[in-house]
Design a protein. Structure first.
Length: 458
């Protein structure tokens, strides 16, 4: 398709050609209405924009006339429609062909709404607020969009302040209950409650003290008692998903993401697997989903994916897969379990993509090699390893196609956006309409999410 700015001279020329074509015989298209299926798109930038129709599935592009119809169709941008048109062989400078639009209709609006609801279930969103009000953005995201889950924090990173979602036991329990009551489908209510430095339920809010994974590893009974205390507390609060335990191997004690915070049980994969299994079982007994992380291993790195691109190509060891093989490969062991991806890059496993965006790592190794058939959740998509290297739409497209089922949008990184859920939903829906993400791929993730919700929540 040839692209030019629509200057007044070009617009005049296009109108002249359209008028000429209406007054002469154009063979196959003269006054003969045909039906097209396509997506409305806007081309160019303000003030020189044009409205076009990209047909499905052959992706041929037509300009739209008359101007009044084009203006009306702007409101339908991104939607799949059926058009009654007359094709004009105008030789337009902006489009190969132009169509006079006679009428249009939304194709199967029920199917469109169903697809959007399934996409919404793939979104796990962070938000601001210690109580739920009808006017809040999170109320709309939960009650109207039908997002799949929420993520709780005590600290708001963009403003560097507290509180964000947590002030006391009573307040948190009420907030979670209100969120679930507003949801048309029960929510994943997630938190990072590993213990030690990664601890959202702090003593100052009335919660009991806890210790890190490295401290728990002194003996299995200590891990068991800490896991049981944590699981019982989460169940009391109504929280049903814990982004723990961390099963990264402590291969670099100076690792700025794992080692220095004591987040790993050990450098020995057998010890990590043993203590993680105790943790998972204690949570399972309370009906709480555990999430092992950060696949395929972040413990050997010398950088932190919160801060930028992290390459573990010369550092990563195959032993880092052992906890995943032992914990997530069998159906019984993986009950009430998720796996969280890492944003690390490893050229030995995928020379092009970090793990979260890698079909080779997620679909190939985790699904194919390790036989994990549960929900894969991304690490926060706002971390600099992703945000600084990919556009929002590109990151969503690559993550879903790689095999991610649940997209973590913490809304607690570089900035806060109250419209983030709607933007993500619109972006993913557009990717489906454009053929960049298949509806079958959305269906796969929705089925996994709903199966886990049925087992753990519903």
């Amino acid at each position: 398709m040839k692209r030019f700015l629509l200057t007044p001279l070009i617009i005049t020329a296009v109108l002249f050609v359209l008028l000429a074509s209406a007054c002469t015989s154009q063979g196959r298209s003269k006054n003969r209405a045909i039906t097209l299926q396509g997506v409305v798109k806007i081309y160019g930038s303000e003030p020189h924009t044009a409205v076009g129709i990209e047909t499905v599935p052959d992706k041929k592009v037509y300009g739209v006339s008359p101007p009044k119809k084009a203006a009306e169709l702007r409101k339908m941008q991104g939607r799949l429609l059926e058009f009654k048109v007359i094709i004009e062989d105008t030789g337009s400078l902006e489009f190969e062909n132009t169509v006079t639009v006679l009428s249009w209709r939304i194709i199967n609006p029920n199917a469109e709404e169903t697809l959007k609801r399934k996409i919404a279930q793939m979104l796990l969103l962070g938000f601001r607020g210690t109580e739920l009000t009808a006017g809040s953005s999170i109320y709309k995201d939960v009650a109207e969009l039908g997002i799949g889950g929420v993520l709780l924090f005590d600290y708001d990173v963009p403003t560097r302040s507290r509180p964000r979602n947590i002030t006391s036991r009573e307040q948190l329990s009420r907030l979670v209950s209100d969120l679930q009551c507003a949801a048309p489908v029960k929510l994943f209510v997630a938190i990072d409650q590993e213990g030690g430095r990664v601890n959202r339920l702090r003593g100052e809010y009335g919660f009991p003290p806890n210790i890190s994974a490295k401290e728990m590893a002194a003996n299995t009974e200590l891990t068991r008692s800490q896991a049981e205390q944590t699981a019982a507390l989460l169940a009391e609060m109504g929280i049903n998903l814990n982004f723990a335990p961390c099963v990264d191997l402590d291969l670099n004690p100076q690792n700025p993401a794992i080692g220095i915070y004591g987040r790993s049980f050990s450098a020995d994969p057998a010890i990590v697997s043993e203590h993680a299994a105790i943790w998972i079982n204690a949570h399972r007994q309370q009906g709480i989903i555990s999430c092992i992380k950060h696949f395929p291993g972040h413990g050997s790195s010398s950088g932190d994916t919160h801060d930028g691109w992290v390459d573990v190509s010369g550092l990563w060891q195959e032993a880092e897969l052992i906890p995943y093989r032992r914990l997530a490969s069998s159906r019984d062991a993986s009950a009430l379990l998720m796996v969280m991806t890492s944003h690390v890059f490893n050229s030995a496993l995928d020379p092009h993509n970090p793990a979260t965006l890698s079909p080779a790592m997620l679909t190939g190794i985790l699904r194919g090699g390790l036989q994990f058939d549960g929900v894969i959740v991304s690490d926060d998509m706002d971390m600099d390893a992703i945000r600084a290297n990919y556009s929002f739409g590109e990151a969503l497209e690559k993550a879903i196609n790689a095999g991610v089922d649940l997209l973590c949008l913490s809304n607690n990184g570089s900035h806060y956006d109250p419209a983030l859920a709607q933007k993500a939903l619109t972006a993913i829906y557009s990717l489906v309409l454009e053929g960049k993400v298949s509806s079958e791929r959305i269906e796969e993730s929705w089925n996994r999410i709903m199966a886990l919700k049925r087992d753990a929540i519903l």
